[in-house]
Design a binder for this molecule. Structure first.
Ligand SMILES: [Zn+2]
Length: 243
C-alpha cells in the first residue's frame, strides 16, 4: 500500500515538472510541424505507431484433444470449459484497440506438454503477457475457490492483479496467488499467470462455471485485469526511463 502511494506521488511530481516543459516545447515546434505536415501524411505516422505499441496477449485454454483435464462433478471435461471461457476473453480483447490477442488453441487440438508447445508459441510471438485458463480439481468435493499461479518474480504483479479481478467476478473463496513450478508459467519469457477459476469437482462451483452468464462475467474480469496490468507496467516503464 505504502509503495503504491509513493509511486503515485512520484508520478504526480514528474507530471508537474514535465507539463510546463511540454507546453513550451509544443509552442516552439508548432510552426515547424505545419511545414512537415504537408510533406508527410499523418496517416502513415498513426499506422506505424499503433502496430508498434500493440500489447500482445496470449490466451492459453488449458488442455485439449486427448488431454481432457479435470472431469467435473457432472462428468463434463475441463478442456471444454477452458476453451469456452478463453473464446469469450478473446472476443472481448479483439475490441480493445491497443491489444493484440493470440490463442494457443481455438478448437479441441492437443498441445504437447513434452515439446512445450504453449510457452514456445508465446515466446516465438514475443508476447507481453501469457495467461493460461483452467478449472481446478480435488478428491474432496467440498474444496472450493479461485487461485492464480505464477513462477517468475516478474509475474507476481500480473498474478496479483488477475486474481483480484477474477475473485470479484466468481465470488468464490479467495485462495490467493501461489508460486508453483508449472511449465506454462516457468518456460514463458514474459510475465505469465495460470488462473484456476474454480473447482470443477465441487458441484456448486461447477454448475455455475458452465453458465454463459458466469463465463461472461469472468471473461470481463480477466480483460479488466489485463488492462490494469498494462497500465501499471507502462507507468513503471516511464519511471524507469526517467530515473
Ligand atoms: Zn487444468
Amino acid at each position: 500500500m505504502l509503495r503504491q502511494i509513493n509511486r503515485k506521488t512520484k508520478i504526480w511530481l514528474i507530471l508537474l515538472v514535465l507539463f510546463p516543459l511540454l507546453i513550451v516545447s509544443a509552442c516552439a515546434s508548432n510552426p515547424d510541424n505545419q511545414h512537415k505536415d504537408s510533406a508527410t501524411p499523418n496517416k502513415d505516422k498513426e499506422n506505424t505507431k499503433s502496430s508498434d505499441t500493440a500489447f500482445k496477449v496470449v490466451i492459453d485454454p488449458g488442455h485439449g484433444g486427448k488431454d481432457n483435464g479435470a472431469t467435473g462433478a457432472s462428468g463434463q471435461y475441463e478442456k471444454n470449459f477452458t476453451l469456452s471461457l478463453s473464446k469469450k476473453v478473446q472476443k472481448l480483447l479483439e475490441d480493445e484497440p491497443q491489444i493484440e490477442v493470440l490463442m494457443t488453441r481455438t478448437d479441441d487440438s492437443f498441445l504437447s506438454q513434452e515439446s512445450r508447445d504453449r510457452p514456445k508459441y508465446a515466446n516465438k510471438q514475443d508476447a507481453d503477457v501469457f495467461l493460461s485458463i483452467h478449472g481446478n480439481t480435488f478428491s474432496d468435493s467440498t474444496v472450493s475457490g479461485t487461485e492464480t499461479f505464477y513462477y517468475h518474480k516478474h509475474s507476481r504483479q500480473l498474478a496479483q492483479i488477475i486474481q483480484k479481478h477474477v475473485v470479484e467476478a466468481t465470488e468464490f473463496r479467495d485462495r490467493g496467488i501461489k508460486k508453483e513450478e508449472l511449465f506454462v508459467v516457468k518456460d514463458t519469457n514474459m510475465p505469465a499467470a495460470l488462473i484456476e477459476v474454480g473447482y470443477m469437482t465441487n458441484p456448486q462451483e461447477e454448475s455455475k462455471m458452465w453458465t454463459d452468464e458466469f463465463q461472461s462475467r469472468v471473461a470481463t474480469s480477466i480483460v479488466k485485469g489485463i488492462k490494469e496490468y498494462r497500465e501499471k507496467s507502462e507507468e513503471q516503464g516511464i519511471l524507469e526511463w526517467i530515473s
